[in-house]
Design a protein around this ligand. Sequence first.
Ligand SMILES: Cc1ncc(COP(=O)(O)O)c(C=O)c1O
Length: 399
Amino acid sequence: MPTDNAAVKLSAELSEESPLCEIYSQYPFEIARGEGVYVYDTNGKRYIDLYGGHAVSSIGHCPKTVLEAIQKQGSELMFYSNLARVPIRVRAAQKLIDYAANGLTKAFFCNSGGEANENAIKIAIKITGRAKVASFSGSFHGRTLLAITATDHPDWHEYLQPRVDPIVQLAPNEEADLAKIDASVACVILEPIQSIGGVTEFRADYLKKLRAACDNAGAMLIFDEVQTGIGRTGVPFVSGHCGVTPEMMTLAKGLAGGFPIGAVVMSKEVAAALQTGDIAATFGGGPLAMAAMEATLDHIARNNLARNARDIESYVRQRFSEPSIKEHITEVRGRGCLLGLVLNVPSKPIQQELFKRGIITGPNANQKLVHLLPPLTVERGHIDQLHDALRMILEVERV
Ligand SMILES: Cc1ncc(COP(=O)(O)O)c(C=O)c1O
């Protein structure tokens, strides 16, 4: 914990003009350290982190098991590129595939969610020879711009020609839109639960029809599981566990317990269509990320955190339907530890009040939604504290 002097010094430093691009709206406090479900600000105040640094702290902050794995791996081999076989890379990839148990059996590693999606889309364009990408209104898949198209090395992007056409937009769960998936579409990409866009779920029967529409058109299906993966929704991955298996699923966020990582996990057939050099990433599958992922997956599986996520969801649904608070909550959305509490008032001022009471929740495109993406280790007691704080704040707001 920082001393008072350290906290004062840090505050003074940050109140001067920042050397960082000021492009993020930020919390009204500075975070100094984290432990489990909690983070502590520079004044030593403790917060329950029900946002998990945007779903990244999958097994809590500073998880001991991940720290130990990184330290051990770092003392043996901190980095070597994919030109060399490195045992930890193969072992960790197998662990991911075994945990997924959904028929997707080949992994490509990169460093972020955007990069994973970019690569998955490139793979679909290559295999289908088509240029159109379909995605959904309300979706979020990252910030890259098919960077390779701007790279002057034709061998690596000729297969993307002609350049990607404008996106074909579909509406979630709207069956009439499935007709837009025609023989010009390379792939359809979706978050099985749209997270930042409003915690919008896809119906299981719709996903089956979407799968059939892709099959009929010869288009590939990509599940962006950057947020929904590794047990967060109560199953290892939505892919294959919702009755539909996509050709590829993309992962990032909490996959390595807070260490940067991205992955495209694909079917054997998709992997077989790739050739040496088609996709690559210098740091992808780096030994430290692999050790962190292995430790994270071990921890999730050993402690059955997917089951805990299911328990947390049902507890949230139970507590927020109690008469004392029900009138303020119009809907509880989502699955497992990816949830949205829809309020009957704008959520931002309420979330500012929650900060004051030591509880962090997340923003959302839906201005009335309190977004919950806690570590999968979150306990019922933390939900009780959220419930009590929200009830008190909402009672006051009502006047
Ligand atoms: C569903 C989803 N896909 C992709 C991304 C992009 O991930 P990254 O910021 O690691 O590039 C995000 C980030 O929030 C996301 O929520």
